[in-house]
Design a protein around this ligand. Structure first.
Ligand SMILES: [Zn+2]
Length: 404
Protein backbone atom coordinates (compact mmCIF):
# COMPACT_ATOMS: atom_id res chain seq x y z
CA UNK A 1 0.00 0.00 0.00
CA UNK A 2 2.82 2.35 0.99
CA UNK A 3 4.61 1.54 -2.22
CA UNK A 4 1.50 2.25 -4.27
CA UNK A 5 0.97 5.54 -2.48
CA UNK A 6 4.59 6.53 -3.06
CA UNK A 7 4.19 5.58 -6.68
CA UNK A 8 1.04 7.68 -7.05
CA UNK A 9 2.66 10.64 -5.33
CA UNK A 10 5.72 10.29 -7.52
CA UNK A 11 3.53 10.08 -10.62
CA UNK A 12 1.52 13.12 -9.55
CA UNK A 13 4.70 15.06 -8.86
CA UNK A 14 6.12 14.03 -12.20
CA UNK A 15 2.97 15.05 -14.03
CA UNK A 16 2.74 18.25 -12.09
CA UNK A 17 6.37 19.18 -12.55
CA UNK A 18 6.32 18.27 -16.20
CA UNK A 19 3.19 20.33 -16.73
CA UNK A 20 4.61 23.18 -14.75
CA UNK A 21 7.95 22.97 -16.45
CA UNK A 22 6.80 22.49 -19.98
CA UNK A 23 3.85 24.79 -20.44
CA UNK A 24 5.44 28.17 -20.13
CA UNK A 25 3.66 31.47 -19.84
CA UNK A 26 5.19 34.83 -20.53
CA UNK A 27 5.40 35.62 -16.82
CA UNK A 28 6.68 32.20 -15.72
CA UNK A 29 9.41 31.64 -18.27
CA UNK A 30 12.71 32.34 -16.48
CA UNK A 31 15.08 34.94 -17.88
CA UNK A 32 18.55 33.70 -18.79
CA UNK A 33 20.62 33.11 -15.63
CA UNK A 34 22.26 36.20 -14.14
CA UNK A 35 19.54 38.33 -15.71
CA UNK A 36 21.68 38.96 -18.79
CA UNK A 37 19.67 39.65 -21.88
CA UNK A 38 22.37 38.29 -24.13
CA UNK A 39 22.31 34.66 -23.12
CA UNK A 40 20.28 31.48 -23.35
CA UNK A 41 17.17 30.60 -21.39
CA UNK A 42 16.97 26.82 -21.45
CA UNK A 43 14.49 25.91 -18.70
CA UNK A 44 13.53 22.52 -20.16
CA UNK A 45 17.18 21.55 -20.74
CA UNK A 46 16.54 20.96 -24.40
CA UNK A 47 20.08 22.12 -25.13
CA UNK A 48 23.15 20.46 -23.63
CA UNK A 49 25.39 22.33 -21.23
CA UNK A 50 28.08 22.58 -23.92
CA UNK A 51 25.64 23.98 -26.44
CA UNK A 52 24.43 26.57 -23.94
CA UNK A 53 28.03 27.50 -23.12
CA UNK A 54 28.89 27.86 -26.80
CA UNK A 55 25.80 29.99 -27.47
CA UNK A 56 26.44 32.15 -24.40
CA UNK A 57 29.99 32.83 -25.60
CA UNK A 58 28.71 33.81 -29.05
CA UNK A 59 25.98 36.06 -27.60
CA UNK A 60 28.34 37.67 -25.12
CA UNK A 61 30.88 38.39 -27.90
CA UNK A 62 28.14 39.97 -30.01
CA UNK A 63 27.16 42.17 -27.05
CA UNK A 64 30.76 43.23 -26.39
CA UNK A 65 31.59 43.97 -30.02
CA UNK A 66 28.38 45.56 -31.19
CA UNK A 67 26.31 46.26 -28.05
CA UNK A 68 23.57 44.10 -29.55
CA UNK A 69 21.73 41.99 -27.02
CA UNK A 70 20.49 38.76 -28.51
CA UNK A 71 18.53 36.46 -26.24
CA UNK A 72 17.71 32.86 -27.04
CA UNK A 73 14.82 31.08 -25.34
CA UNK A 74 14.30 27.38 -26.00
CA UNK A 75 11.18 25.85 -24.50
CA UNK A 76 9.19 22.67 -24.81
CA UNK A 77 5.73 24.23 -24.95
CA UNK A 78 3.86 27.47 -24.53
CA UNK A 79 0.47 25.90 -23.92
CA UNK A 80 -2.03 27.14 -26.50
CA UNK A 81 -0.35 30.47 -27.10
CA UNK A 82 0.43 31.67 -30.60
CA UNK A 83 4.23 31.64 -30.86
CA UNK A 84 4.44 35.02 -32.59
CA UNK A 85 2.25 36.65 -29.96
CA UNK A 86 4.14 34.88 -27.16
CA UNK A 87 7.49 36.07 -28.53
CA UNK A 88 6.18 39.60 -28.88
CA UNK A 89 4.85 39.66 -25.32
CA UNK A 90 7.98 38.05 -23.89
CA UNK A 91 10.12 40.65 -25.69
CA UNK A 92 8.20 43.38 -23.89
CA UNK A 93 7.91 41.53 -20.58
CA UNK A 94 11.67 41.10 -20.41
CA UNK A 95 12.08 44.79 -21.17
CA UNK A 96 13.85 44.16 -24.48
CA UNK A 97 11.58 46.58 -26.33
CA UNK A 98 13.03 49.46 -24.31
CA UNK A 99 16.35 49.10 -26.11
CA UNK A 100 17.02 49.34 -29.83
CA UNK A 101 19.70 46.73 -30.43
CA UNK A 102 17.87 43.78 -28.97
CA UNK A 103 16.61 40.54 -30.36
CA UNK A 104 14.71 37.56 -29.03
CA UNK A 105 14.96 34.18 -30.67
CA UNK A 106 12.23 31.90 -29.36
CA UNK A 107 12.15 28.23 -30.23
CA UNK A 108 9.10 26.19 -29.21
CA UNK A 109 9.89 22.55 -29.59
CA UNK A 110 6.46 20.92 -29.58
CA UNK A 111 5.31 23.28 -32.33
CA UNK A 112 8.70 23.22 -34.10
CA UNK A 113 8.34 26.97 -34.37
CA UNK A 114 10.96 29.67 -34.27
CA UNK A 115 10.10 33.32 -33.82
CA UNK A 116 12.26 36.42 -34.06
CA UNK A 117 11.49 39.67 -32.27
CA UNK A 118 13.94 42.37 -33.24
CA UNK A 119 14.48 45.83 -31.72
CA UNK A 120 13.98 48.96 -33.77
CA UNK A 121 17.62 49.58 -34.67
CA UNK A 122 18.89 46.02 -34.97
CA UNK A 123 15.98 45.40 -37.34
CA UNK A 124 17.81 47.34 -40.04
CA UNK A 125 20.71 44.91 -39.88
CA UNK A 126 18.67 41.78 -39.16
CA UNK A 127 15.23 42.35 -40.63
CA UNK A 128 12.76 39.57 -40.04
CA UNK A 129 12.91 38.20 -43.58
CA UNK A 130 16.67 37.86 -43.29
CA UNK A 131 16.26 36.08 -39.93
CA UNK A 132 13.81 33.69 -41.57
CA UNK A 133 16.28 33.09 -44.38
CA UNK A 134 19.03 32.36 -41.86
CA UNK A 135 16.62 30.02 -40.09
CA UNK A 136 15.83 28.16 -43.31
CA UNK A 137 19.38 27.92 -44.57
CA UNK A 138 21.48 27.68 -41.42
CA UNK A 139 19.28 26.35 -38.63
CA UNK A 140 16.71 24.05 -40.15
CA UNK A 141 19.07 21.37 -41.48
CA UNK A 142 20.19 20.60 -37.90
CA UNK A 143 16.79 21.23 -36.32
CA UNK A 144 15.19 18.70 -38.67
CA UNK A 145 17.63 16.17 -37.22
CA UNK A 146 16.47 17.27 -33.74
CA UNK A 147 19.88 18.87 -33.11
CA UNK A 148 18.34 22.05 -31.75
CA UNK A 149 21.51 23.38 -30.12
CA UNK A 150 23.59 22.90 -33.26
CA UNK A 151 20.95 24.60 -35.37
CA UNK A 152 20.80 27.59 -33.05
CA UNK A 153 24.60 27.84 -32.92
CA UNK A 154 24.81 27.85 -36.75
CA UNK A 155 22.15 30.54 -36.98
CA UNK A 156 23.62 32.74 -34.25
CA UNK A 157 27.06 32.43 -35.86
CA UNK A 158 25.63 33.74 -39.11
CA UNK A 159 23.85 36.56 -37.31
CA UNK A 160 27.07 37.36 -35.49
CA UNK A 161 28.86 37.74 -38.86
CA UNK A 162 26.19 40.08 -40.15
CA UNK A 163 25.95 42.11 -36.95
CA UNK A 164 29.74 42.43 -36.70
CA UNK A 165 30.00 43.60 -40.25
CA UNK A 166 27.49 46.34 -39.51
CA UNK A 167 28.70 47.22 -36.05
CA UNK A 168 29.55 50.81 -37.04
CA UNK A 169 25.91 51.35 -37.87
CA UNK A 170 24.77 49.74 -34.64
CA UNK A 171 27.20 51.63 -32.42
CA UNK A 172 26.83 55.03 -34.02
CA UNK A 173 23.37 55.85 -32.79
CA UNK A 174 23.49 59.33 -34.33
CA UNK A 175 23.55 57.93 -37.82
CA UNK A 176 20.31 57.77 -39.72
CA UNK A 177 19.78 54.13 -40.57
CA UNK A 178 18.55 52.87 -43.87
CA UNK A 179 18.36 49.41 -45.32
CA UNK A 180 20.55 50.66 -48.14
CA UNK A 181 23.59 51.02 -45.87
CA UNK A 182 23.41 47.55 -44.49
CA UNK A 183 25.92 44.94 -45.55
CA UNK A 184 24.51 41.46 -45.56
CA UNK A 185 27.74 39.53 -45.37
CA UNK A 186 27.37 37.64 -48.58
CA UNK A 187 23.72 36.97 -47.95
CA UNK A 188 21.93 37.76 -51.14
CA UNK A 189 18.29 38.39 -50.56
CA UNK A 190 17.51 37.11 -54.00
CA UNK A 191 13.76 37.20 -53.85
CA UNK A 192 13.49 40.71 -52.50
CA UNK A 193 16.36 41.89 -54.70
CA UNK A 194 14.56 40.62 -57.79
CA UNK A 195 11.43 42.32 -56.55
CA UNK A 196 13.33 45.58 -55.99
CA UNK A 197 14.72 45.42 -59.52
CA UNK A 198 11.28 44.67 -60.89
CA UNK A 199 9.67 47.55 -59.04
CA UNK A 200 12.54 49.78 -60.20
CA UNK A 201 11.94 48.76 -63.81
CA UNK A 202 8.20 49.34 -63.45
CA UNK A 203 8.80 52.83 -62.10
CA UNK A 204 11.32 53.59 -64.87
CA UNK A 205 8.91 52.36 -67.54
CA UNK A 206 6.12 54.38 -66.01
CA UNK A 207 8.33 57.47 -66.03
CA UNK A 208 9.19 56.79 -69.67
CA UNK A 209 5.47 56.52 -70.40
CA UNK A 210 4.81 59.84 -68.70
CA UNK A 211 7.59 61.52 -70.72
CA UNK A 212 6.30 60.04 -73.98
CA UNK A 213 2.70 60.95 -73.12
CA UNK A 214 3.80 64.49 -72.32
CA UNK A 215 5.65 64.75 -75.63
CA UNK A 216 2.59 63.46 -77.46
CA UNK A 217 0.33 65.91 -75.61
CA UNK A 218 2.40 68.97 -76.50
CA UNK A 219 2.64 67.98 -80.17
CA UNK A 220 -0.01 69.72 -82.27
CA UNK A 221 -0.03 67.34 -85.21
CA UNK A 222 -2.46 64.49 -84.54
CA UNK A 223 -0.51 62.05 -86.71
CA UNK A 224 2.71 62.77 -84.77
CA UNK A 225 0.83 62.48 -81.48
CA UNK A 226 -0.38 59.04 -82.54
CA UNK A 227 3.05 57.85 -83.69
CA UNK A 228 4.74 59.13 -80.51
CA UNK A 229 2.43 57.20 -78.20
CA UNK A 230 2.33 54.10 -80.41
CA UNK A 231 5.40 52.62 -78.66
CA UNK A 232 3.30 52.13 -75.52
CA UNK A 233 0.43 50.43 -77.30
CA UNK A 234 2.42 47.18 -77.33
CA UNK A 235 1.01 44.29 -75.32
CA UNK A 236 4.45 43.65 -73.87
CA UNK A 237 4.06 46.55 -71.42
CA UNK A 238 1.03 45.18 -69.72
CA UNK A 239 2.34 41.63 -69.83
CA UNK A 240 5.60 42.73 -68.17
CA UNK A 241 4.13 45.38 -65.88
CA UNK A 242 0.43 44.63 -65.36
CA UNK A 243 0.47 47.27 -62.66
CA UNK A 244 0.01 49.97 -63.88
CA UNK A 245 -0.05 49.17 -67.59
CA UNK A 246 -3.28 47.22 -67.79
CA UNK A 247 -5.10 50.47 -67.14
CA UNK A 248 -2.68 52.61 -69.10
CA UNK A 249 -2.93 50.27 -72.08
CA UNK A 250 -6.62 51.02 -72.54
CA UNK A 251 -6.01 54.70 -71.91
CA UNK A 252 -3.25 54.63 -74.57
CA UNK A 253 -5.48 52.84 -77.06
CA UNK A 254 -8.27 55.33 -76.36
CA UNK A 255 -5.97 58.31 -76.95
CA UNK A 256 -4.54 56.80 -80.14
CA UNK A 257 -7.97 56.17 -81.58
CA UNK A 258 -9.08 59.65 -80.61
CA UNK A 259 -6.02 61.24 -82.23
CA UNK A 260 -6.26 59.13 -85.35
CA UNK A 261 -9.87 60.21 -85.97
CA UNK A 262 -9.54 63.78 -84.71
CA UNK A 263 -10.78 66.35 -87.25
CA UNK A 264 -7.86 68.28 -88.67
CA UNK A 265 -7.09 71.09 -91.04
CA UNK A 266 -5.16 70.79 -94.25
CA UNK A 267 -1.48 71.63 -93.78
CA UNK A 268 -1.46 73.28 -97.22
CA UNK A 269 -4.75 75.20 -97.44
CA UNK A 270 -5.68 75.29 -93.76
CA UNK A 271 -9.19 74.14 -94.64
CA UNK A 272 -10.97 71.54 -92.49
CA UNK A 273 -10.60 68.00 -93.79
CA UNK A 274 -12.63 64.88 -93.35
CA UNK A 275 -11.57 61.25 -93.36
CA UNK A 276 -12.75 59.03 -96.22
CA UNK A 277 -14.17 55.57 -95.63
CA UNK A 278 -12.24 52.47 -96.66
CA UNK A 279 -14.26 52.27 -99.89
CA UNK A 280 -13.95 55.93 -100.78
CA UNK A 281 -10.21 56.13 -100.12
CA UNK A 282 -9.14 53.52 -102.71
CA UNK A 283 -9.49 56.11 -105.49
CA UNK A 284 -6.62 58.06 -103.97
CA UNK A 285 -4.34 55.12 -103.16
CA UNK A 286 -1.78 53.49 -105.43
CA UNK A 287 -2.21 49.82 -106.33
CA UNK A 288 0.73 48.97 -104.04
CA UNK A 289 -0.88 50.78 -101.12
CA UNK A 290 -4.16 48.93 -101.70
CA UNK A 291 -2.16 45.67 -101.79
CA UNK A 292 -0.50 46.63 -98.48
CA UNK A 293 -3.93 47.25 -96.97
CA UNK A 294 -5.29 43.97 -98.32
CA UNK A 295 -2.52 41.97 -96.59
CA UNK A 296 -2.92 44.14 -93.47
CA UNK A 297 0.70 45.24 -93.51
CA UNK A 298 -0.18 48.94 -93.58
CA UNK A 299 -3.43 50.78 -93.02
CA UNK A 300 -4.03 54.08 -94.79
CA UNK A 301 -6.23 56.99 -93.85
CA UNK A 302 -7.11 59.45 -96.60
CA UNK A 303 -8.16 62.97 -95.61
CA UNK A 304 -9.64 65.45 -98.08
CA UNK A 305 -10.75 69.06 -97.76
CA UNK A 306 -12.81 69.33 -100.94
CA UNK A 307 -10.22 71.54 -102.63
CA UNK A 308 -8.69 69.88 -105.71
CA UNK A 309 -5.47 68.03 -104.93
CA UNK A 310 -5.74 68.87 -101.24
CA UNK A 311 -5.31 65.29 -100.11
CA UNK A 312 -3.44 63.88 -97.10
CA UNK A 313 -2.56 60.19 -97.01
CA UNK A 314 -1.44 58.92 -93.60
CA UNK A 315 0.05 55.46 -93.16
CA UNK A 316 -0.27 53.26 -90.06
CA UNK A 317 2.06 50.28 -90.12
CA UNK A 318 1.04 47.00 -88.51
CA UNK A 319 3.71 46.26 -85.94
CA UNK A 320 4.15 42.55 -86.44
CA UNK A 321 3.46 41.57 -90.01
CA UNK A 322 4.96 38.76 -92.05
CA UNK A 323 5.21 41.26 -94.90
CA UNK A 324 8.35 43.34 -95.27
CA UNK A 325 9.47 46.03 -97.65
CA UNK A 326 9.97 44.71 -101.18
CA UNK A 327 13.47 45.42 -102.47
CA UNK A 328 11.99 45.92 -105.94
CA UNK A 329 8.82 48.03 -105.62
CA UNK A 330 9.25 49.30 -102.06
CA UNK A 331 5.79 48.28 -100.86
CA UNK A 332 5.32 46.20 -97.71
CA UNK A 333 4.09 43.19 -99.65
CA UNK A 334 7.21 41.02 -99.64
CA UNK A 335 7.02 37.71 -97.79
CA UNK A 336 8.77 34.40 -97.30
CA UNK A 337 7.17 31.56 -99.26
CA UNK A 338 9.37 28.84 -97.78
CA UNK A 339 12.63 28.20 -95.98
CA UNK A 340 13.41 24.53 -96.46
CA UNK A 341 16.26 22.22 -95.62
CA UNK A 342 17.48 20.66 -98.87
CA UNK A 343 20.21 18.60 -97.32
CA UNK A 344 20.45 18.03 -93.55
CA UNK A 345 23.63 18.89 -91.73
CA UNK A 346 25.43 16.00 -90.01
CA UNK A 347 28.25 15.82 -87.48
CA UNK A 348 30.54 15.16 -90.42
CA UNK A 349 29.44 17.84 -92.82
CA UNK A 350 27.40 20.92 -93.58
CA UNK A 351 23.92 20.91 -95.06
CA UNK A 352 22.01 23.05 -97.50
CA UNK A 353 18.80 25.03 -97.29
CA UNK A 354 16.76 27.16 -99.66
CA UNK A 355 14.65 30.19 -98.93
CA UNK A 356 12.19 31.82 -101.31
CA UNK A 357 10.70 35.28 -100.96
CA UNK A 358 8.06 36.79 -103.21
CA UNK A 359 6.38 40.18 -103.56
CA UNK A 360 2.57 40.10 -103.72
CA UNK A 361 2.52 43.39 -105.54
CA UNK A 362 5.19 43.30 -108.24
CA UNK A 363 5.73 39.50 -108.25
CA UNK A 364 9.46 39.95 -107.67
CA UNK A 365 11.06 36.65 -106.56
CA UNK A 366 14.22 35.97 -104.64
CA UNK A 367 15.57 32.46 -104.07
CA UNK A 368 18.67 31.94 -101.96
CA UNK A 369 20.56 28.77 -101.12
CA UNK A 370 22.58 28.80 -97.95
CA UNK A 371 24.76 26.44 -95.96
CA UNK A 372 23.65 24.91 -92.64
CA UNK A 373 26.63 24.45 -90.31
CA UNK A 374 27.58 20.91 -89.33
CA UNK A 375 26.16 19.72 -86.00
CA UNK A 376 28.20 20.51 -82.92
CA UNK A 377 29.03 17.60 -80.64
CA UNK A 378 29.73 19.54 -77.47
CA UNK A 379 27.69 21.89 -75.40
CA UNK A 380 28.79 25.42 -74.64
CA UNK A 381 29.46 26.25 -78.26
CA UNK A 382 26.70 28.74 -78.67
CA UNK A 383 28.96 31.49 -79.99
CA UNK A 384 30.56 29.19 -82.52
CA UNK A 385 27.18 28.03 -83.73
CA UNK A 386 25.95 31.59 -83.94
CA UNK A 387 29.00 32.57 -85.97
CA UNK A 388 28.53 29.59 -88.23
CA UNK A 389 24.90 30.52 -88.83
CA UNK A 390 25.89 34.09 -89.55
CA UNK A 391 28.52 32.86 -92.02
CA UNK A 392 26.01 30.59 -93.65
CA UNK A 393 23.52 33.43 -94.10
CA UNK A 394 25.84 34.99 -96.62
CA UNK A 395 24.33 33.71 -99.84
CA UNK A 396 26.66 31.55 -101.84
CA UNK A 397 24.29 31.15 -104.72
CA UNK A 398 21.43 33.39 -105.65
CA UNK A 399 18.91 33.51 -108.39
CA UNK A 400 16.86 36.62 -108.81
CA UNK A 401 13.89 36.41 -111.01
CA UNK A 402 12.72 39.76 -112.19
CA UNK A 403 9.38 39.90 -113.91
CA UNK A 404 9.68 41.31 -117.36
ZN1 LIG B 1 7.42 44.38 -104.95
Amino acid sequence: MKIILKYIIALLLLCHSSLWARDWRVNTLPKPPDGNLWAVSNPDSLLSAEEVAKLNTLLSDIEQNTSSKITVAVVMSINDEVPKVFANQLFDYWGMGREDNTMLILFVRDLQRMEFEVGARLRYVLPEDLCVQIQQEKMMPAIRKKEYGQGLIKGVEKMSDIVNENKDLLLDTDQELSFAYVKRHGFIRLRSKALEIYIGLTVLTLLAYIVVLFRAMITHDFYKKYQTLKFFSMYVWWVLFPVPFVGLFFFTKYLMKKWRDAPRNSPTTGKPMHKLTEEEEDVYLQAGQIAEESVKAVDYDVWVSGEPNDIMILSYKTRFSRYTKCPNCGFRTYYEVYDNVVESATYAGTGKAERKQVCMQCKYEHVVTYTIPSKARHGGQKTTIKKAIKRSMRPDSESNNQPS
